[in-house]
Design a binder for this molecule. Sequence first.
Ligand code: PGA
Length: 250
Amino acid sequence: MRKILVAGNWKMHGSKAMVRELLEGLLAGSAADGKADLVVFPSFPYLSLAESILSGSHIRFGGQNLNPHSQGAHTGETSGSMLKDMGCHYVLTGHSERRSIYGESDHDVALRFEAALQAKLHPVLCVGETLEEREQGLTEAVVGRQLDAVINHLGKDALRKAVIAYEPVWAIGTGVTASPQQAQDVHAFIRDKLRSLDDIIAGHLRILYGGSVKGSNAAELFAQSDIDGGLVGGASLTAEDFLAIYSAVS
Ligand code: PGA
């Protein structure tokens, strides 16, 4: 049985005051024995604040990205071991904004995924097609290629500690959500692909849906058999909106 995971990607949003208020709200409105696990991804400058507020609690946190190298002359970059040192349990890899705005290739993402595992972090591997790719019938080819980049580089066992987030690019930040059936179809494709490699890994792996998840659509999405939670952007920026999604888990 896979426990639902509700994760908040705060992107480049926030301030000390907002992070404090949001985390205190989430702590007050969620429980260690709740139906879902909660994880938040603040910007790097707020990890220390997240650590001080969340340490010892049931809410985990992580970095939004990491450099593939473990240390060295990489001005402006952050390593997996630094994230681990700050108390992170998770790190996002290959978010579509990293791929499209900052030019991260499938191979770059695989190297970052590898660095996350070396730092003993759980990588959240984000995959998803653009609208153009969907319209051309390329969704499975694109998502399959993004998964293969990691599997071919590291082997299937690398997925044991991972989470996958299927985020159709056309649904991110647009208010347009994939229908539960559209999302379920791609999640089933991902799980079947993994099942052909390893039944046990495929059965345990959590596959999150991301792209305009909100309180009003979360229950229907999470009710799909292969959707194990959500990676939430806009609706994770206030405790009220994020807790509405958390509460939708039944
Ligand atoms: P959204 O973002 O919920 O604002 O669409 C999701 C994401 O980018 O992870």
